[in-house]
Design a protein around this ligand. Structure first.
Ligand SMILES: *Cc1c(COP(=O)(O)O)cnc(C)c1O
Length: 344
């Protein structure tokens, strides 16, 4: 791996972050706060929230088996993705490599930041080779994005190839695990100690049932996390979100229950889909959704919309011609979809 200094944009490396009132004084003992121009009335929303979310990180750390200093919290994982570009990629100079098809935000963030985006097409089994990613890279490649389980294909990417990339790529490898709660494979969090160039993304938006609170997590070396903390907005996670996430961490057994029933429903849905006349193929999945190749994605999508049921039409995505992406819902929701498709 190149040194972090070599990988970081020089202006970011040199940056002295904005120092907020809550950064300069963060102790708990004081009782009179006249430092941040807040209104003394309307507690508790009158006060700025903890800029580094200490209490929440101390709750997350033991569950994820990392140190609090290895956690960055963002306004969704999308914030962490954007900050990776802003921290490491010089606009108009550096580039990133990702597999195709994959989550659309990597490309959007690349374009917003004027960073070249190079993609490597997955094979017919939606798998990739580290060799192909490295062949697409050059001396200015700073980041590689791997989403596993991948969106929209649903499958885990080959672990051996990810590890090979971590061994051989000189820049940072971002493994987006938004759906890993639904997979039997171990998280890459266990590899953080071995690979200083690894960044793992997870989110409260999927298995944790908290898409509305906008909370994403990045896990990496404390040096990488320090750079993200330096450039984020000072109060990027609001108090309501921090409080709700702390509440969720205290009942994380509930998440296990949700995952268990969603996986049961997933098994049932896939079996039922295979029997449908309009379904040609169901791709293997490790996520809370599956990709199905159907006779005519556009017509079936429109038909479902007319019946008040929304799925994701992925027919225009590379390798996904005539594919619909189906999220697993509650049993009645899933039954409504199956009933409608039986009538189609
Ligand atoms: C849904 C999803 C996310 C989550 O994004 P948030 O901003 O945390 O809601 C991240 N990555 C992938 C691949 C996703 O599908």
């Amino acid at each position: 791996m190149k040194t972090l200094k070599e990988l970081t944009r020089p202006n970011i490396w040199a940056l002295k972050p904005y120092s907020s009132a809550r950064d300069e004084y963060s102790g708990k003992e004081a009782s009179v706060f006249l430092d941040a121009n807040e209104n003394p009335y309307n507690a508790p929303n009158n006060r700025y929230p903890d800029p580094l979310q200490g209490e929440l990180k101390r709750k997350i750390a033991p569950v994820k088996k990392v140190f609090p200093a290895q956690i960055f919290l963002g306004n969704g994982s999308d914030e962490a993705i954007d900050l990776m570009f802003r921290a490491f990629c010089r606009p108009g100079v550096d580039n990133v490599v990702a597999v195709e098809p994959t989550y659309g935000m990597y490309l959007v963030c690349a374009e917003v930041n004027d960073v070249e985006y190079r993609n490597v097409k997955l094979d017919a089994d939606f798998q990739f080779k580290a060799d192909d990613m490295l062949a697409a890279a050059d001396g200015n490649t700073k980041l590689m994005f791997l989403c596993s389980p991948n969106n929209p294909t649903g499958n885990n990417l080959d672990r051996k190839e990810i590890l090979s990339l971590l061994e051989r790529f000189e820049g940072l490898v971002i493994v987006d695990e938004a759906y890993s709660d639904f997979s039997d494979e171990p998280s890459f969090l266990t590899e953080l100690e071995r690979y200083p160039n690894l960044v793992v993304l997870q989110t409260f938006s999927k298995a944790w049932g908290c898409a509305a609170i906008r909370l994403g997590m990045a896990f990496a070396s404390s040096d990488i996390i320090g750079i993200l903390n330096k450039i984020k907005y000072p109060y990027n996670i609001n108090r309501l979100t921090q409080e709700e996430a702390i509440r969720m961490m205290e009942q994380h057994y509930q998440v296990k229950q949700w995952v268990k029933s969603l996986l049961e429903e997933r098994g049932r849905m896939i079996e039922e889909f295979k029997k449908l006349k309009c379904c040609c193929y169901v791709y293997p999945t490790d996520a809370n959704f599956f990709l199905a190749k159907v006779s005519d994605a556009k017509k079936i999508y429109d038909y479902l919309v007319d019946n008040g049921i929304i799925v994701r039409n992925r027919t225009n995505v590379t390798l996904c011609h005539n594919c619909l992406r189906i999220t697993i819902g509650t049993r009645p929701e899933n039954d409504a979809l199956l009933e409608a498709l039986k009538q189609y």
